[in-house]
Design a protein around this ligand. Structure first.
Ligand SMILES: [Zn+2]
Ligand SMILES: [Zn+2]
Length: 145
């Protein structure tokens, strides 16, 4: 297993075994490689733009979920904890750093769910938009904000 592979993790729904989400850590300055998903290509293009404006040395975690793909900034002081969390393959470890690194994880159930098992919707108010959801056991969480 090469280093790049170690820093990628896929998570499955504990109910149906479908993919709940995946994450890939990009070290500072490393270009984001598009996967075969159209949404992923959009992020790769976005990242080219972001790299021009983000501070040199800014690492990122690309988080793919059932509602989209996002490139989350990783602050230097979090890089070690984050790479440990990705290697562990534990969504709870990622979620423990920030929910945005593993939004498909329900901290109350201590497990992950896919987009058919989270009952999710987009919301928009005056200042923000995001995604909120109820897990199959009824726990309410904001997945993206
Ligand atoms: Zn739950
Ligand atoms: Zn499922």
């Amino acid at each position: 297993m090469d280093k790049a592979e170690e820093l990628e993790a896929t998570f499955r729904c504990s109910i149906c075994d479908q993919e709940a989400g995946r994450v890939r850590f990009y070290a500072a300055g490393e270009p984001v490689v598009a996967s075969d998903r159209p949404a992923s290509r959009a992020v790769a293009e976005l990242d080219v733009i972001l790299r021009k404006i983000r501070p040199a040395g800014q690492a990122s975690l690309v988080v793919e979920t059932f509602y989209g793909v996002e490139s989350q900034p990783v602050w230097p002081e979090r890089v070690q904890a984050l790479s440990r969390a990705v290697r562990s393959g534990e969504a709870s470890a990622l979620y423990g750093i920030t929910y945005a690194y593993a939004p498909f994880h329900c901290p109350d159930c201590h497990t992950e769910y896919c987009g058919s098992h989270w009952e999710w919707k987009r919301f928009e108010d005056e200042f923000h938009s995001g995604v909120d959801a109820h897990c199959p056991r009824g726990h309410f969480h904001v997945l993206m904000y």
